[in-house]
Design a protein around this ligand. Structure first.
Ligand SMILES: Nc1ncnc2c1ncn2[C@@H]1O[C@H](COP(=O)(O)OP(=O)(O)O)[C@@H](O)[C@H]1O
Ligand SMILES: [Mg+2]
Length: 249
């Protein structure tokens, strides 16, 4: 079967620092791949290279077998690559509905004239309402985004990412800084994502990671240290060493 995403021989230097070194990784179509690893392991750099924000020192990125290593980020997005960031990208002073409308509008292929408001396009409004319904934020529609709880803001970011109808979605620590209850809501939401969306998820919480993953990749000091199924990861002494740690972890 064709891989949704393949990373081949990827290396990257920041000045003298080798942030990634010979990384090979793939995700099958529809797979949920969770990337774990301590701070500084190179996880976000990997996402920045996959999405095209950073040009790698060496290696290739393939999206559905197409070599996209030299494509601009927006072209990769057009091919179905979506992402969320470790820091929020919401418009805080707009309503929840307006944030979703902007995302839906951006994803719509039709052309829009600048002098007509987005609400003049009923199909966009309907799609935004359906997304908010489906993901449980409909009763927050009119609220200003910065009045949402932190967990709800994370959920909204995921809704915005889904609004673009991605085929491959990269999520960078969507549960970072959340309470256990908020983490559970976000994890439940990710588990309910359409199964035809390939998901790569960076997750620092090993329990959340293992609960969501079809397969886990462990990055450590810019290299793939281990990869496998949940069971294999639970038994792997190298993974235990990083996470249960003899010294600081
Ligand atoms: N823009 C940058 N310039 C210089 N060094 C960077 C830059 N971005 C990341 N790094 C370094 O690269 C390494 C990997 O960082 P990062 O990919 O953010 O790790 P992670 O997301 O796994 O915590 C770290 O040592 C970090 O300090
Ligand atoms: Mg990071």
């Amino acid at each position: 079967m064709m891989n949704a995403l393949a990373v081949e021989g990827l290396s990257h230097n920041f000045g003298g620092l080798l942030a990634l070194s010979g990384v090979n990784m793939h995700a099958a179509d529809g797979e949920r791949l969770v990337i774990v690893g301590p701070n500084g392991a190179g996880k976000t750099t990997l996402f920045n290279i996959v999405t095209g924000l950073i040009t790698p020192s060496a290696g290739r990125i393939r999206l559905f077998d197409r070599d996209v290593t030299r494509l601009q980020p927006f072209r990769r997005a057009r091919l179905g690559l979506g992402r969320t960031f470790q820091i929020t990208t919401l418009f805080p002073k707009l309503s929840v509905m307006d944030n979703v409308l902007l995302a839906v509008q951006g994803a719509d292929r039709a052309r829009f004239t600048l002098h007509r408001p987005v609400t003049a396009y009923p199909h966009l409004v309907q799609r935004a309402e359906r997304l908010l319904d489906e993901w449980g934020l409909r009763d927050r529609s009119a609220m200003l985004t910065h009045h949402l709880s932190y967990g709800e803001q994370r959920q909204l970011e995921l809704i915005l990412a889904l609004a673009a109808r991605p085929r491959v979605l990269l999520l960078d620590e969507p549960t970072a800084g959340l309470s256990p209850a908020e983490t559970a809501s976000v994890a439940t939401m990710i588990r309910r994502f359409p199964r035809d969306v390939t998901v790569l998820l960076i997750e620092h919480d090993m329990d959340v990671a293992l609960a969501l993953a079809d397969r886990v990749v462990v990055l450590y000091q810019g290299r793939v240290l281990a990869e496998g199924t949940q069971d294999e990861m639970r038994k792997d002494p190298r993974v235990a060493e990083i996470y249960l740690g003899t010294d600081d972890a």
